[in-house]
Design a protein around this ligand. Structure first.
Ligand code: KIV
Length: 273
């Protein structure tokens, strides 16, 4: 459990304090009320309503089909289940790129309609104007650099990012830009560990990694991946904490057998006159 304590509500300010005292920040994705309640009860610091919902909830190949309305539905469900953690919501593809007024309108919808605490945007210099406009409305922004899945068609691959000097230098410069703009944290996805450590050392704001090594200020995973619900995704950076695919399949098979054989429901599982 996080040493923040269960009764103390996590804020962006608390996260910066955690970085300052060297306490690692924990973040997991959540998309629904029931899972959010369990995450919060376990003491997670941040619940990310990620647009990875497009993959693990809706079965899309990429995150691009996710809509703002979909994100709002998931975020509303999560917020209802959380008392303590900070809830951060992804702005989906098409809700902020190339148009800072649209970006602000999208972020305002998320904050007003879900009562979440912050938004996350993918990209650096290209989306800086959108980040600045959202921040000017008092909405906390988390950045996201490295492998940014909304740009998968530009990258053409989910391989590790920023392995060459040019891309690493751009990532470091983007991270500084986001910090200077006023972002409260940055996610770094699938980059070499030494680069993750270097960026975390350069920034005062927390750097939260997914496949960015152990030298950053916190870690995030997609909840379906770490629970082993999604058993087809096994990147090097993933640690599985359960094998719910087999556990759930076994339970479903057991139920099917019980119903087919007539052993469910038994006497105690039905109502007398
Ligand atoms: O959408 C998501 O789940 C994310 C995490 C992978 C950081 O952005």
């Amino acid at each position: 459990m996080s040493t923040e304590g269960k009764t103390r509500v996590v804020t962006t300010y608390r996260l910066s304090e955690m970085k300052a005292r060297g306490e690692k920040i924990t973040m997991l994705t959540g998309y629904d009320y029931s899972t959010a309640r369990i995450l919060d009860a376990a003491g997670i610091d941040v619940v990310l309503v990620g647009d990875s919902a497009a993959n693990v909830m809706a079965g899309h190949v990429t995150t691009l089909p996710m809509t703002l309305d979909n994100m709002i539905y998931h975020a509303q469900s999560v917020v209802r289940g959380v008392e303590r953690a900070l809830v951060v919501v992804d702005l989906p593809f098409g809700a902020y790129q190339g148009n800072s007024k649209l970006a602000l309108a999208s972020a305002i919808r998320i904050m007003k309609e879900t009562e979440a605490h912050a938004v996350k945007l993918e990209g650096g210099a290209e989306i800086l104007e959108s980040v600045q406009r959202i921040l000017s409305a008092g909405i906390p922004v988390m950045g996201h650099l490295g492998l940014t899945p909304q740009s998968i068609n530009k990258f053409g691959t989910y391989a590790v990012r920023a392995r060459n000097n040019e891309e690493a230098a751009k990532l470091e410069s983007d991270a500084r830009l986001l910090e200077q703009a006023g972002c409260f944290a940055v996610v770094l996805e699938k980059i070499p560990a030494p680069l993750g450590k270097r960026v975390a050392g350069q920034l005062k704001i927390p750097v939260i990694g997914i496949g960015a090594g152990n030298g950053v200020d916190g870690q995030v995973l997609v909840v379906h991946d770490m629970l082993g619900i999604n058993n087809e995704f096994s990147p090097r950076f993933l640690r599985r904490y359960a094998n719910l695919y087999d556990a759930m399949k076994g339970a479903f098979e057991h139920y099917i057998d019980d119903v087919k054989s007539g052993s469910f429901p038994n006497e105690e599982e039905q109502y007398a006159d």
